[in-house]
Design a protein around this ligand. Structure first.
Ligand SMILES: Cc1cc2nc3c(=O)[nH]c(=O)nc-3n(C[C@H](O)[C@H](O)[C@H](O)COP(=O)(O)OP(=O)(O)OC[C@H]3O[C@@H](n4cnc5c(N)ncnc54)[C@H](O)[C@@H]3O)c2cc1C
Length: 379
């Protein structure tokens, strides 16, 4: 069967996986991304938990065995590690299989051999007479019969056919910080308490402290940490759902006061959650968002030859969500759907997906509640 070229918007996890799988099956595709190639090579150096249900089916498309994949992309690959998780990671859900991968390393492997057009910021899709014109930031227009929106939670592709889909903002105050420690300090103050794990949690009441290893190099251990708790009403400066993206870096003294009020923390949490040290770290106030696009709207887009995968279709909260795993699974599944069915009935892809996608969002929200000791809480 001869296939028209598939246009994929977004060279993140779902877009790259889709691209690799299509390429391996001989189906032409081009990926467009708004970032520069240089920015893409240096972005997203953080840890993500990958589960076998998502990454094992990908390995045959990458022609890689599991051990090699893990050793290449694990957050601690520099010291020969395989991204070991801690036993508590799933908060009593006993799902400990899986490992911590560095997202930048995963994307680097996935990009190999793909036709990626960087600096293509999609602003609009115009559909006329059975064809789509993708309009990019610099005014360039390109024709495409099938467009796949793999452009993340704020998807422009989604806006082309469902401009009113809104996020649900979950009521949590969440702060993320980044810091680096030298390897000797890490061995002395962190390693003895981490037991080889790359994620550790400590809950005090409904406040969750999490320390994760993002990457390791010869000179530094990069740490990403979160302080999170349920929101406390309208006066809560840590939960401002109407805030702009730009003001995520505006951190008020409320956070530092709260951290101080926790008192002396067990090691190594006291090393990281030290209000004075935190002031010098790169801190962001995160919103926990989810979105599920309505099936009728997805079908309307598919009728125009426009499909969504990954966070564009079903964003889950960063804490508790399995968005990276879902993105990988979507990329593989859509490629296999196109191999079997071509592109004449794109809506058929959703038939196999919508219930699974709803469960990603529901499960992510429930895990977020459990992580904060709110099992059964009505969100
Ligand atoms: C700090 C952090 C930790 C996380 N931890 C985990 C975890 O442990 N486990 C887990 O499963 N998930 C985790 N996630 C979530 C996971 O990273 C996402 O769910 C996943 O990356 C979604 O993949 P995607 O392909 O849908 O979108 P993305 O990976 O967001 O990719 C979107 C791509 O589209 C491009 N783009 C966006 N807009 C445009 C446009 N207009 N034109 C062209 N290109 C565009 C972007 O540049 C990007 O390359 C985490 C996320 C964060 C931020």
């Amino acid at each position: 069967m001869s296939h028209p070229t598939i246009s994929i918007v977004g060279a993140g996890l779902s877009g790259l996986v889709l691209g690799r799988c299509l390429k391996q099956r001989g189906i032409p595709c081009v990926i467009f991304d708004r970032d520069t190639a240089a920015a893409a090579a240096t972005r997203y150096s953080y840890g993500i938990t990958l589960y076998p249900w998502a990454y094992r089916p990908l390995l045959r498309y990458l022609d890689m065995n599991e051990a090699t994949f893990q050793k290449t992309v694990a957050v601690d690959s520099f010291i020969g590690g395989v991204g070991r998780l801690s036993r508590e990671t799933r908060h009593g859900l006993s799902e400990t299989e899986g490992f911590r991968a560095n997202r930048r390393k995963v994307e680097k492997i996935l990009r190999q051999g793909l036709d990626i057009r960087w600096e293509h910021d999609l602003t609009e899709i115009i559909s006329e007479e059975g064809s789509n014109s993708m309009v990019f930031g610099k005014g360039q227009k390109l024709q495409a019969s099938t467009v796949v929106g793999a452009d993340g939670p704020h998807s422009q592709v989604r806006k082309a056919f469902t401009p009113d889909s809104n996020f649900t903002i979950l009521p949590y105050a969440v702060y993320n910080g980044k810091c680096r420690v030298d390897p000797m300090t890490f061995e002395d103050k962190f390693a003895p308490h981490m037991n080889g794990a790359n994620v550790i949690d400590h809950r005090i009441g409904q406040t969750l402290l999490q320390i994760t290893i993002a990457d390791r190099t010869e000179n530094a251990v990069s740490i990403s940490y979160t302080y999170s708790r349920p929101a406390r009403g309208v006066a809560d400066l840590g939960f401002t759902p109407e805030r702009s993206a730009a003001s995520a870096s505006r951190i008020t003294d409320q956070l530092f006061d709260e951290v101080r009020s926790l008192g002396a923390l067990e090691a190594p949490f006291g090393e990281v959650f030290d209000a004075e040290k935190m002031r010098t770290d790169r801190l962001l106030n995160w919103l926990m968002r989810s979105i599920s696009v309505d099936v009728a709207e997805l079908d309307a887009g598919a009728g125009r030859g426009i499909l969504l995968v990954g966070d564009a279709a079903h964003a889950t909260p960063i804490l508790g969500g399995d968005g990276a795993n879902a993105a990988i699974q979507d990329g593989i599944d859509l490629a296999e759907y196109i191999v079997r069915n071509g592109t004449s009935d794109p809506a058929g892809f959703y038939g196999t997906k919508t219930e699974t996608w709803r469960s990603y969002v529901r499960d992510g929200e429930e895990r977020l509640a459990k992580m904060h000791g709110q099992a059964g809480a009505n969100l």
